[in-house]
Design a protein around this ligand. Structure first.
Ligand code: KQY
Length: 361
């Protein structure tokens, strides 16, 4: 699997509409998704998958350069429901189609059913006429990051959670990651971000910014429950080596101040029996790590918070060849994820695999 900073053919997204995830009939979230799509489309082609009833609305709201396709889904988290793209030694792109169980299966799913989400990856690959590997592993794309050289980073909280692959041992899970992503070395962090409803997806906690270099969400407030989690991740990262035996350079990005679902926001959601509830006062798992790396740009969440600017500055230092774009993303966070969770990069294929080593950022 190439790293996210390697060249992309484009970016995939799904349109938000479910009224139990997105308040006020999805309208504010749709505006935020339009903004994310618009910014990414400055750097690479963007495809938006849309349920049939929303096609006209999405087409009308999205800028013309966005390709809008009818592609049914239960919700809009394509990082998790969509295909993970890989490239072989000949430079051919293929897709991995993981088993998706809505972040926990019947015991703890976020909504029911998730049958349309399960079909998102095969449909993406049909549309692109790319070969598909069906992987015998419950896995979401937001639960791992790779450096493109054979190192993968993930959390025990998520990948070893009994609601994902209860019959597989750690060694068996590792083997499937090796088989389907072509990775050779795994760095295990312990837990993800406090109150992250995904059971600790790493894409909200820590990511590679280039081989040997990671960014980690951080807080200086020792009383915040996130402190212990970030500190324990920092310790593991400090003692880790990557696939090439390098020690990691770790950059802390201070998290936004703790954020909570307001009464007005909670009141905008439909109450149903088939999805988790999102009550007033619930802490939101805000983090600047949940950004997307495009061809020559980085699109990162902003929360109208004093830490917004320093986060963008750190990203500018980490990606000196990229344009750093902030998008106000509270509406995405209210649904339980952020910009990385709603995007999925499709790497560029090549007859000349060395071209794939190139990085725009
Ligand atoms: O972390 C992600 N990749 C996705 C978050 C999904 C939240 C579902 N409500």
């Amino acid at each position: 699997m190439p790293a996210e900073w390697q060249p992309h053919a484009g970016c995939w997204m799904l349109w938000p509409e479910r009224r139990d995830t997105w308040r006020n009939g999805g309208k504010p979230a749709q505006q935020a998704f339009v903004e994310v799509a618009r910014e990414i489309s400055r750097f690479e082609p963007v495809t938006m998958g849309v349920n049939p009833e929303q096609f006209r609305n999405a087409r009308a709201l999205l800028p013309p350069q966005i390709r809008v396709l009818e592609l049914s889904s239960n919700d809009a988290w394509i990082r998790d429901s969509g295909a993970t793209f890989v490239v072989n030694d000949a430079g051919e792109v293929r897709g991995v189609d993981w088993i998706f169980n809505a972040w926990g299966g019947l015991e703890k799913m976020m909504y029911f059913p998730w049958d349309l989400d399960e079909q998102v990856a095969p449909k993406m690959l049909e549309i692109e006429a790319l070969d598909r590997y069906r992987a015998p592993l419950v896995l979401e794309g937001g639960s791992f990051h790779v450096d493109g050289e054979g190192t993968l980073i993930t959390t025990e909280q998520c990948l070893l959670h009994p609601n994902r692959n209860p019959t597989l041992s750690r060694a068996e899970i590792e083997q499937r990651l090796r088989d389907y992503l072509g990775i050779k070395h795994i760095i295990w962090l312990k837990r993800g971000v406090f109150e992250d409803e995904t059971d600790g997806h790493v894409d909200n906690l820590c990511c590679f910014v280039r081989p040997g270099v990671v960014a980690l969400t951080w807080t200086d407030d020792r009383k915040d429950p996130q402190y212990e989690r970030s500190a324990e991740a920092y310790d593991r990262l400090r003692s880790a080596r990557d696939v090439k035996g390098r020690r990691l350079e770790i950059h802390k990005i201070h998290q936004p101040e703790p954020m909570y679902m307001t009464g007005e926001e909670a009141a905008g959601l439909d109450i149903v029996d088939t999805a988790i509830s999102r009550p007033e006062g619930e802490r939101l798992a805000g983090s600047y790590i949940n950004f997307y790396i495009a061809n020559g740009g980085v699109v990162a969440p902003q929360f109208d918070d004093p830490h917004d600017r320093p986060a963008l500055q750190t990203l500018a230092d980490l990606f000196p060849n990229a344009q750093i774009i902030g998008v106000y993303a509270r509406e995405i966070l209210l649904g339980g994820g952020n910009i990385h969770c709603i995007t999925q990069q499709q790497p560029a294929g090549s007859d000349n695999p060395q071209a794939l080593e190139r990085s725009y950022v």
